[in-house]
Every structure is written in C-alpha cells, then in structure tokens.
Design a protein around this ligand. Sequence first.
Ligand code: SAH
Ligand code: SF4
Ligand code: F3S
Length: 441
Amino acid sequence: MKKVYIETMGCQMNKSDTERMLGMLSYLDYEETKNPEQADLLIVNTCSIRQLSEDKAFSQLGVWGKWKQEKPALKIGIAGCVAQQKAQSIFKRAHYVDFVLGTHKIYALPEIIEKINRGEKVCECTETNSTEDDLAVKYGIKRVKGVNAWIPITEGCNNFCTYCIVPYTRGRERSRLPETILKEAKDALNAGFKEITLLGQNVDSYGKDFKDRDYRLADLLRELNKVEGKFRIRFVTSYPTDITDELIKTVVELDKVCEYFHIPMQSGSSEVLKAMNRRYDRETYARIVKKVRDMVPDVTITSDFIAGFPGETEEQFQQTLSAIDEFELDYSNLAAYSPREKTVAAKWVDKFIPEDVKDERFQRLNKKVQENCLKSNLKYVGREMEVLIENFYEHKGKMINTGKTRNFKTVHIPCDKDLTGEFVNVKITGAKTWYLQGEIK
Ligand code: SAH
Ligand code: SF4
Ligand code: F3S
C-alpha cells in the first residue's frame, strides 16, 4: 500500500475536506501516515484567510520540494483555499508540485491521482458551485479519531464582507442535502462519535437555496435530534441577523442541541461594521445577543473580532473593547487585519493602519478577552454540569480527564480512569481563564 500524509491548515472546513480526501485515498488503497518522511504522496490543505496563512502553505511546499530532489518518485499536491485562488500560477512558483486541487472539486481527487501517477501535472480549480453529495456518499469519510464529528451543511458564502477572501475561495453559498447530512451523522454515531457539529460559514442560512422544499436549519436540527442514542448536536457559525426566533426556540426545545452560539461581531463600531459590509450595527447585534441570552438559559456566546480594519480610529477600536464587556461575550477569536487579494478593503491602502498600531490593539483586545473569559467561567463555580470527556492525559504528575460542558466550557477533572467518550456529572470546584476545574460527583 502507498502512504499519504496530509498537512491541514485553516478552519474546520479544511479539516473536514481532509477527512474526505483520506476517504477517497483509502478507496484507492492509500494508507495515511503521520510521518511525512515515509509518505509517497504529500498534500498540503491550505488556508488563505490571512497573508500569514498563505505564506505558511508555500513554506511547507518549499520543504517538500527539497525532499523531492532526493526522492524523485515523491508526489506533491496542494489543496484548499490557496489552491483555489492561485490555481495554475502555483506551478510557476513551485514547479515540483504535481497537482493543484481547488475547494470546489475535491471529489476529482481519484482521477487526479491516476493522472499524476502517469506523470501528468494537473490543475483542477473549476468553480462548480455544487456540493457533489452523491460522491460524498460514494467515497465515505476517514474521520480523525475523537468524540466530535464535523459535518459541513453549507459551503461557500454570499456575504462579501469587505475584508474576507472566503467568497472567492469557497464560491457561492449552497446547502448540502438533508439526506446526506443525516446519513453522515448516523454513520459517525454508529462509529462511536458522541457529538455532531454542523458546519458552515453562515449555518443559519441553511436551506435558503433549496428550490424543491422549505427546509431550514431548525428542521435539520429536529430531524437529527430524533436519531436514537445519547449524543450532542452543535452548529457553527451564526451570522447575527440570520438567527431566527424559530431557531432559538428549537435550540431550547431539543434535548440534544447544546446551549452554544458562535456569533462573530467583527467590530463594536457601527461605522466600521458598515465599512466591513456587515449587515447589522452595534444596536442590532446587541438586540440579537440579548434575545439569545433571554431565551436560552446558561448559553455561551462567542465572537470573532478584527483589530485595525482600514480606517479604524482609536475611538472606534474602543467600541470593540466595550462591546466585549457590554455583551458579556464569553470568548472571542482575534485577528489583526490582513489585506487579501481581490477583496474590497485591500484597495483602501491609504487607510491601512500601521502594523505596530494593529499589534498594540490586538494585545489590548486579547487582555480584554482573557478578563471576560475568567469572569464568565467564575459564574459556574459550585454548579453541577454534564461533561463529555474528550481527552485523558498526565499533567504535573497527575492523570486528568478534560472535556466540554453543553455550553462549550472546557473542564479539567483529576481522575485516574480514562473516561474518554463518556458523559459524566461534575461538580465545578474552580475557574481559570481557559478552563473550569471539576470533580466527579
Ligand atoms: N463566516 C464567518 C467567518 C469566517 S472567517 C463570519 O461571518 O463571521 C473567520 C474569521 O477570520 C472571521 O470571523 C474574521 O474575524 C477573520 N478574518 C477574515 N478575513 C480576515 C482578514 N482579512 N484579516 C483578518 N482577519 C480576518
Ligand atoms: Fe467571510 Fe463575511 Fe462570508 Fe463570514 S460572512 S465567510 S466573514 S464574507
Ligand atoms: Fe477556512 Fe481558511 Fe478557507 S478559514 S474557508 S481554510 S480561507
């Protein structure tokens, strides 16, 4: 059997695509290796959300290109968002690459492997804007072991936020068929997974593009919730103004759906939000978050923020700091603005914020996020919570189990027995910035 190694960068979408590529490759009798030096086929699955992510992809290719000089039979491929965006031009920059596979046609991988093994170079970056659910079913998925299974339900995005490259690398928004999603979920549960996370850039707009049926995220959640057995259901990412009352009610009603929303705000300033082409202002975001908190007990709400968007003033930046406090955001992912090819904001060069100012704002945001994380965690000390154990390892001479509560808090539990995959009732005894401490009841 030949061996394949895939290096995966970027978001869960890419991780899910890697599991699908491994499914196809195992169909072709390739076995996965964790050691790239032993591989016959090397694939880097790339991300281009920031310049740094793109640079990482090319530096990985550079290392492998050198290996190929010693081992000419080695095959090298690039997949993911950088591949989709750069297409043919990658061969110029990295002549040793055998194939470039964009995000639209990952199911072309088997044909591509056949061609490169005949010595051809292949670039497959045609935009299809289809979901190829039939092929997803045919090849199956080789999931990373663990307790959570990721299932994409929508691909692409129609929003064109002015900073973001995703609509250019992932194409227009399209929904996968409920039948396929349910099949993938049932297969994962039968294989022992305990949690299903539905994935999409704007998961709440699932189904808007179906012409033959009226079927939305709430319907999908209801159907998944009916599947027998004990397991949890999550979904990410929610675009603020797409969250409907029906969806929030469904989350409250369904026992398997967890109390967790990821609702990226991006900036606390209405003016910056407008420049970003986000379709809400600060007040609208405030209303949505309040509604979710009022309706869903113990809900965790997390966000993403960008520091130093072109033209962002100190006052506008401070509105982001105050938003984290005012909306009691439990956790936020942060990024310093990075100009991306083709996007609207990348052309506003005269408004770019100097690197040192962006970095300094990032640091202040980071401090704020940490303070709020601790504040949010402290609320749960003394409570009893259900934890799904994800990991078991030694820490400072003691064995601990770590896992997540329904509302996505990480809990560390000292215990000599490996409880991975089990649901345990835990008394929360302490809170740190990044996790809770607990004892088994
Ligand atoms: N669909 C999600 C975001 C997906 S991209 C949403 O609408 O919220 C993940 C995160 O990357 C974004 O939330 C944003 O905070 C960050 N991001 C995207 N483009 C960026 C850029 N050019 N510079 C810095 N951060 C960026
Ligand atoms: Fe990017 Fe905006 Fe689409 Fe999110 S909603 S993926 S930030 S364009
Ligand atoms: Fe994901 Fe990066 Fe592409 S965040 S969608 S892998 S640009």
